[in-house]
Write a new protein. Structure first.
Length: 167
């Protein structure tokens, strides 16, 4: 695998992660809506109709944790590969690095969207006392996602800088 192929593979994986994070943020906003409805029903002393909320939320958090663990493994391996590469090259290498940089920026926006959804969920969760939810796992996932996004952004800037210097 040459440097251009590596950069294109990393760019595609960045795009996949962005799409996944956007999907998970939408799911978290749905959980927030459900939680808000549950709190409203509990506050009005109405029997809570959404009995699957805790199980669904636990499954969501567990799946998100597994997904992020897989992503962390991929990025650890490929960050080392990319840093070991000689990035002096032709125009296509510079173009691939620029594409990676742009996709990393869109990933950062998606991670910000997930963090906003997480903050919205926490606003309602602080009043939730019906069941114990694994919010600590969601917090861990949000922190790991933000840390991973920061590392990817740094790597993309570093790569773009190295390819730009060698033109």
């Amino acid at each position: 695998m040459n440097q251009v192929d590596l950069l294109e593979d990393i760019s595609q994986k960045t795009d996949f992660l962005r799409n996944t994070v956007l999907k998970e943020a939408a799911a978290l906003r749905d959980f927030t809506r459900r939680l808000e409805l549950i709190l409203s029903q509990d506050h009005k002393n109405i029997q809570v109709r959404d009995t699957d909320f805790a199980a669904d939320f636990s499954a969501f958090c567990t799946a998100l944790r597994k997904l992020l663990d897989q992503q962390l493994d991929f990025w650890q391996e490929n960050r080392l590969l990319l840093r070991r590469c000689d990035l002096a090259g032709d125009y296509s290498l510079s173009l691939a690095a620029k594409t990676f940089s742009l996709r990393a920026k869109t990933l950062s926006r998606a991670a910000d969207d997930f963090t906003t959804a997480y903050d919205g969920f926490n606003r309602f969760y602080k009043n939730y006392t019906l069941e114990k939810l694994p919010v600590w796992l969601l917090t861990s996932c949000c922190d790991d996602l933000n840390n991973l996004t920061g590392k990817i952004l740094f790597l993309s800037r570093e790569t773009a800088k190295k390819t730009g210097e060698n033109k």
